[in-house]
Ligand binder design. Sequence first.
Ligand code: 4AD
Ligand code: MG
Length: 448
Amino acid sequence: MTTPIIRVEDIADYEGQQVTVQGWVYNHTHKGKLVFLLVRDGYGFVQCVAFKNDLPEDVFDQIVHLTQESSVEITGVVRADSRAPGIPGGYEIGVTAFKLVQRAAENYPLALKEHGVDFVLENRHLWIRMPSQWAILRVRAATIRAIRDWLDDNGYINMDTPILTPAAAEGTTTLFATQYFDEGEAYLAQTGQLYNEANIFAFKKVYCFGPTFRAEKSKTRRHLTEFWMVEPEIAFCDLDGLMEVEEQFVSAVVQRVLKECAAELASLGRDTTLLEKVTPPFPRISYDEALEILARLRAQTDDPEQKALLEIEWGDDFGAPHETALTQQFDKPVFVYGFPTAAKAFYMEPWPGRPEVCKSVDLLAPEGYGEIIGGSERISDPDLLLQRIQEHNLPQDAYRWYWQLRLYGSVPHSGFGLGVERTVTWLTGIRHIRETIAFPRTINRVYP
Ligand code: 4AD
Ligand code: MG
């Protein structure tokens, strides 16, 4: 029987068997007649133990002198050992044969010691090999799989929307512009929503899923200039219907990631107690109620700095400190609906009898993470939409097609956008959004 080349994530299936692992040496410890290698194969990290007496002298010598990141093919027998480090861990391989593919150069920049943030970001192309970064990016991939599967299984059709677009959708201040032949300026898409509003009239329930671009001047740990957003859009759906969809969707994604990424989350030290509670229904509060909660928190704190941070006037959108404080009041994600019209985008349906408020809803993730979804019911009346386009000084020509959708079979419709990186930041319990995408783009970084 030939020896199977396994994936380390499946190692438990091979207990007692001889296997081959193709990968790279992450860590290396030499103790007399033993060498302990922590080998990563892309699917996990496993301890391989080379014993001098089991191997030809020249081979053992080669193993003793391995450098970090050397590429190797290791063959050996899998045995269970609860002390064995690794991801998933609990198994090790007793080396019976060894092949060196390349002995890595000695001066690996990310040697196993503490490095500063700028240094690891500058070396992102190597940083992604480290267990924490590997685990976060695996959670990202699982999150994306869960998102697509849920939508595909629930009657949503995937429509890809353009990235080069003629106009703004989420405000003109964060556009990346580029010259488009003789057509003037084109902009990198801030959202696919407007196109999805056309798509629902052909397909009823749709989603787009792609990169979105915001020339955000904000240098926070929640903002990227290029991020991935999934945007479902639904015909015949009002704000209440939208919140129901969102809580079903987010719960399904969270539970699936918990199941598929148990080893990754454990390796990150993520306490998943609260994530396990993410099931429908989610609490719903209005913007007005949120302001009352913030006023109460402000009154309760003795810390003048915190008091100032929680300051907010009716009409303002939330900043990070407001969202953090609000989410700390709830164990689950919380919906905040009914924001002031002036604080939100031009396309949102007004609240019946209260035009200063709109049928918008944000979903805030718990544990201080804050907004992961923005969504709303959209204006369905052509006259009102035209008025809003004018009030916002938007170029009417560029929005002609969008406005025309309201003439031919207009219906109440709603949709939302979930930011993948914000979601993965929450799921993995990390501090900064930049670690949730392989090559982050921020206000001060486009390399590597
Ligand atoms: O709230 P936003 O701006 O909503 C829209 O773009 C709507 N057109 C979506 C829709 O209704 N179809 O963005 C939606 C989400 C945010 O909640 C956040 O998760 C993420 O996109 N997001 C960002 N993520 C990282 N960096 C940024 N600069 C982000 N801006 C928004
Ligand atoms: Mg938003």
